[in-house]
Design a protein. Structure first.
Length: 347
């Protein structure tokens, strides 16, 4: 076991909301350590759709998901956060003095004044294609996320799914691949209506083939040769392909979080809307992991939650300290913390 790390805050989850939490805490002069079970910072943005464009980040008309993570890491650099990646938090215990003992499966131990859970949907695995023998090609010809769209240029491609991810990548790759077949078990789609309309236009123009059906089996051949698709009426369609993408969503699991005595509602952590604190004083939750009346699962909303949570954390850690709002444009103290000015001399 490693020596105990003493810190003001432990943030569980290094996705966009966890990273922005570092910034909001840093503005208040509060240091944080981030812990994430994934090998890289970024959460779903990095793991599932790094090239997906995001259009609702203020002042950025369009921003790639990985670009957003890179920008957030640049933004928090002045606060020198400590990242512990590849570590799953397995235990959280509140002590009589109000502080928390936090341990990870890898042997890290923290003595934390407060905790922020920013774990997205929790630990997750993509739902896989249910085809015998498919596991032999996962990661080489069959994928559940796109790391680089250029990898599929000029290839014959099958995409499975009926949600936003399947539609987004159908639209993004239709002009880059040799051929594209979209397979969905129903004629109705769960994605944005505008995306459905654009996809249907591509089908009508003969640039995308659509099959209403499900994956049945691997197409015989040396290596990955494609898939057999069973349509709604039972007809079998042979679809030769170099690669397949499947977007059936995630199978979220709260994992150890479910054992920490936190109040849950539909596998999400209930919080207040003043400071986004859970039912356990000192434990806060921001981003997709939390729920409250009117909750919207948007990165934008998570940023707002992180800002208010930071003030709640400050009040929990330092209840006797006077709390007031400062502006980054005019505050010499914040300029000092951000590395853009000098803190005024004490008087």
């Amino acid at each position: 076991m490693s020596s105990v790390i003493t810190t003001e805050v432990v943030i569980i989850g290094a996705g966009p909301c966890g990273l922005f939490q570092v910034f909001e805490l840093g503005l208040l002069g509060i240091k944080a350590h981030l812990v994430d079970s994934l090998a890289n910072a970024g959460g779903q943005c990095t793991e599932l759709y790094p090239e997906k464009p995001i259009y609702d980040i203020p002042a950025l008309p369009v921003c790639g998901a990985q670009e957003l993570i890179d920008r957030l890491q640049q933004q928090i650099a002045p606060f020198e956060p400590q990242l512990h990646l590849g570590h799953e938090v397995t235990g959280v215990t509140k002590r009589d003095d109000g502080r928390f003992d936090v341990v990870t499966a890898g042997g890290l131990q923290f003595d934390a004044g407060s905790i922020v859970i920013a774990g997205g949907v929790g630990s997750f695995q993509p739902r896989r294609l249910s085809v015998p023998g498919i596991e032999a090609f996962e990661g080489s010809s069959v994928f559940y996320r796109v790391r680089a769209a250029a990898e599929f240029a000029g290839k014959h491609l099958i995409i499975f799914g009926g949600g936003d991810s399947a539609l987004d990548w159908t639209l993004a790759l239709a002009d880059k691949v040799a051929s594209l077949t979209l397979v969905h078990r129903r004629s109705e789609f769960r994605g944005a209506p505008a995306s459905v309309g654009q996809m249907q236009a591509l089908v009508a123009a003969g640039r995308v083939r659509f099959i209403e059906g499900v994956a049945d089996s691997l197409l015989p051949g040396e290596g990955f040769a494609g898939l057999v698709v069973r349509s709604a009426d039972g007809t079998l369609h042979s679809v030769p392909a170099d690669a397949a993408l499947a977007f059936f969503g995630l199978a979220p699991k709260l994992g150890p979080i479910a054992e920490w005595g936190l109040e849950l509602e539909k596998k999400a952590l209930k919080v207040d809307t003043e400071k986004f604190q859970t039912n356990v004083p000192g434990i806060f939750a921001v981003g997709d992991i939390n729920t409250y009346p009117g909750k919207k699962k948007l990165i934008l909303s998570g940023f707002h939650e992180a800002a208010l949570a930071a003030f709640g954390i400050q009040a929990y850690l330092y209840p006797a300290k006077r709390q007031f709002l400062q502006y980054t444009t005019t505050s010499p103290v914040m300029h000092k913390r951000l590395g853009v000015g000098e803190e005024p001399a004490a008087t």
